[in-house]
Design a protein around this ligand. Structure first.
Ligand code: AMP
Ligand code: MG
Length: 421
């Protein structure tokens, strides 16, 4: 069943036939509600009715209260899909990347990227066949390289959640290598402002992945260009939300005991973290950003790669804000997750070139998770990130993410430093 299909609602039909006045009043209320809502209310209501009608609450979700069922199925499938894909990336790391003499060999990234993308799309396509998908990879390279394709297929075939019900919920195995290539190519949507579009970065932070540092399996759902659901699987971050971020956070943190976390959010319903496990979803906990009462003690995160964010300029911004701590450098959207749970406070991404356009898959999930945890996310000019334009954030330059209460203050410092840079 495609959630975009209009719900068949016999109760609604009888109202239309017998109570025209009531219908008029209802319509007026709907129009007013739509006017006052910051998001499109009518599609939300229609989906809510559909979910209500079909009783689509899932046996694997711990306790969705009645008012929060909207997108709960999408969130559950997304989290399980990310959890399964992360099992693949972890196995690829241990079997192909760990201990390799030369990190110049990028094939572990290629295998992990394609394999994780195929598994995620398989689950999404099973549940939401009409939805579009924007994903980073396309299969052309694999179609021309049977050896590589077979290596990836070996991982995809062998990766399952070890809870039968959870694995079953993801729609069962990918049938064969050709089906895997076709699934990978389903991620070729050009994005845009209309309809339901999933956004996937199968391995965000490839350098971090190779060195056993931070990386993230990222999945978001856009509806009419707005992020409604976000999931980040971070295999090498501590499970403990309270674990402090220090300068070594992005260094080797191979997924040992006490590591692996999933961050998630639904628009309007807050943000959550839960341990990244190998079967059914673990119990989740609400996360919130830490209030910054004294800017000098704030912890700010940025990319490890100096080519991805201008570290010299961020140091000047930190100085202007009197921040005493050195920046915490880590790869991937693990930065968004880390500030969302209050392990850090601020994430700065400052353009290193005038022409680079940020990719929507590098930000969609993190943007929602931080905002749902009490943060504000804008670009360096103060504009919200605009995911409705296509595969890139054409209208934005860089990222400034901080607790809502201090975001203005941080943005002011960013603008002042950038003007003189
Ligand atoms: P991070 O780990 O936060 O440094 O971000 C990793 C992402 O940076 C990758 O997924 C790339 O899509 C993206 N990226 C590549 N080149 C650039 C660039 N010049 N500026 C900003 N981001 C980039
Ligand atoms: Mg990425």
């Amino acid at each position: 069943m495609n959630p975009r299909d209009p719900p068949s609602n016999p109760r609604g039909a009888s109202l239309i036939n017998t109570r025209p006045l009531l219908l008029l009043i209802s319509l007026a209320v709907l129009v007013l509600a739509n006017f006052f809502s910051s998001t499109s209310f009518l599609p939300r209501l229609r989906l809510a009715l559909l979910y209500d009608h079909l009783s689509l609450s899932s046996p694997l979700t711990t306790s969705p209260p009645a008012m929060t069922t909207l997108f709960s199925r999408e969130l559950e499938i997304a989290q399980l899909a990310v959890q399964r894909a992360a099992q693949l990336t972890k196995r690829v790391f241990h079997e192909k990347a760990k201990g390799t003499v030369s990190k110049d060999d990028k094939s572990p990234v290629t295998i992990g990227d394609f394999g994780a993308q195929a598994l995620i799309i398989s689950a999404l396509h099973h549940h939401f066949p009409a939805d579009e998908i924007v994903a980073e990879e396309e299969s052309a390279q694999l179609r021309a390289d049977a050896g590589l394709r077979d290596q990836i297929w070996d991982f995809v075939r062998a990766t399952k959640l070890d809870d039968v019900a959870a694995e079953g919920l993801l729609g069962g195995p990918v049938p064969n290598a050709d089906a895997m290539l076709d699934l990978i190519d389903r991620g070729n949507s050009s994005g845009g402002a209309r309809g339901r579009i999933w956004v996937i970065d199968p391995i965000d932070g490839t350098k971090g992945f190779l060195r056993g540092g931070q990386y993230a399996v990222c999945l978001g759902l856009l509806v009419d260009g707005d992020v409604k659901v976000g999931v980040l699987g971070c295999p090498n971050l501590p499970v403990d939300d309270a674990a402090p971020l220090d300068a070594g956070a992005g260094a080797d943190a191979t997924d040992g005991e006490g590591r692996g976390v999933i961050f998630s959010a639904i628009q309007g319903q807050g943000a959550t973290s839960r341990p990244l496990v190998t079967g059914a979803l673990a119990e989740g906990k609400k996360i919130t950003m830490r209030p910054v009462t004294e800017m000098s003690t704030a912890v700010f995160c940025e990319s490890v790669e100096s080519g991805h964010s201008d570290q010299g300029t961020s140091a000047k911004i930190a100085e202007k804000l009197s921040i005493r701590n050195p920046s915490v450098r880590m790869d991937s959207q693990a930065k968004y997750g880390s500030i969302a749970r209050g392990a850090g406070d601020i994430y700065l991404r400052l353009p290193t070139s005038k022409t680079y356009q940020e990719k929507i898959w590098d930000h969609a999930a993190g943007d929602l998770i931080v905002r749902e945890a009490g943060g504000q996310v804008t670009d360096t000019e103060g504009n919200r990130l605009d995911f409705s334009i296509g595969r890139t954030l054409t209208a934005n330059k860089g990222v400034v993410a901080a607790p809502a209460a201090v975001h203005d203050q941080v943005l002011r410092a960013v603008k002042e430093v950038l003007v003189t840079a």
